[in-house]
Design a protein around this ligand. Structure first.
Ligand SMILES: [Zn+2]
Length: 326
């Protein structure tokens, strides 16, 4: 099945107005990772001496056309605001939970849009003007907790995830990206991917975008009214700079620990993310996220750009002892 569609610059402009909070972006890899068969998202690399690539209308147009798949960020670090909140649910009965949440939000006069996904979906709420990430989060956490919905984190392995996932991010941080709606998800159904639509309109780009534009947007006074006197439940406060557990440092001095040599930028799934020392030596990985280090077993680490363990060990000045191979 061919998932290519005709997409125009005008469509890309509408998408930008609805969804784009900042011009950093990610792309979904066309080929699955050989070990996990997952289609990872990566941040496109800057050419040497150039600023990092910024999202353009043409890239959005290609996303809508299905030529590439875009990931978009929730927070603009200059304002700590977002144009939207997205609630991601991907587990058994996820859709049921999203429908409950949608119903509850409608009681507040909010009109969320439900986008289909693999096992569940994404519920999107749009703001008239970008809203503080912290405030959107307070609203959704409280609504979800009132309904007794499972929320991922704080001890629960499965449940809804709320984007923005941080209250605030630093100027050098990105937070978490969402798959850009209306595009092709490369991991789904078959290797060529699958397009997921919003339930609220006919399944074509024009109708879908028109529907999203028509949806009533939440105003600032409305949001203030929803969260008066509320704060984020303590168990869901996320630390954007994860602390590295001390025990990883308490190993005998001779044993090599990659965490002694890199600065962890953030957490992604079950990994710490850092700049790859070997890439850095070659003036690559300027965005500092090529190296993934297993949180559970920090001795395991991998450079997405393909640097070998030997290259990384050389780069940090702790070459792997030749004796091991003798
Ligand atoms: Zn590398």
């Amino acid at each position: 099945m061919d998932h290519r569609l005709h997409a125009t610059v005008a469509m890309a402009e509408t998408f930008y107005q609805l969804f784009v909070n900042r011009r950093a972006y990610t792309l979904q890899s066309h080929r699955p990772h050989p070990d996990t068969e997952r289609h990872f998202y990566y941040r496109p690399k800057a050419r040497e001496g150039q600023p990092p690539p910024a999202l353009s209308l043409d890239i959005i147009r290609q996303h809508l056309a299905g030529k590439l798949t875009l990931g978009i960020y929730a927070i603009n670090p200059r304002t700590q605001r977002s144009k939207w909140v997205a609630i991601d649910a991907d587990y058994k009965n996820a859709l049921e939970d999203l429908l409950k949440l949608q119903y509850e939000l409608r009681q507040d006069g909010v009109e969320p849009a439900l986008e289909k996904s693999n096992r569940g979906g994404h519920l999107w709420i749009f703001f008239e003007r970008p809203a503080l990430a912290r405030e959107c989060r307070i609203y959704i956490y409280h609504t979800a907790l009132r309904l007794g919905l499972p929320i991922k984190g704080a001890g629960l392995p499965e449940g809804i995830e709320i984007f923005p996932r941080q209250d605030e991010i630093g100027s050098d941080q990105f937070g978490n990206a969402m798959r850009g709606p209306l595009g092709v998800h490369r991991g789904a159904r078959d290797s060529r991917g699958w397009r997921f639509w919003f339930y609220g309109a006919d399944y074509n780009l024009e109708e879908q975008l028109a529907y999203l534009c028509r949806l009533p947007k939440v105003t600032e006074p409305q949001l203030q009214g929803f969260i008066t006197g509320k704060s984020l439940p303590e168990e869901f406060v996320r630390r954007t700079r994860p602390g590295i557990p001390k025990r990883y440092f308490s190993s005998p001095a001779k044993e090599f620990r990659i965490l002694d040599y890199v600065q962890v930028r953030r957490q992604s799934g079950r990994n710490w993310i850092a700049q790859c020392p070997s890439c850095a030596q070659a003036h690559r990985d300027t965005s500092g996220d090529n190296l993934a280090i297993s949180i559970e077993e920090p001795r395991k680490y991998l450079c997405w750009a393909g640097c070998t363990k030997e290259m990384i060990r050389n780069a940090v000045g702790r070459p792997i002892s030749q004796k091991r191979y003798a």
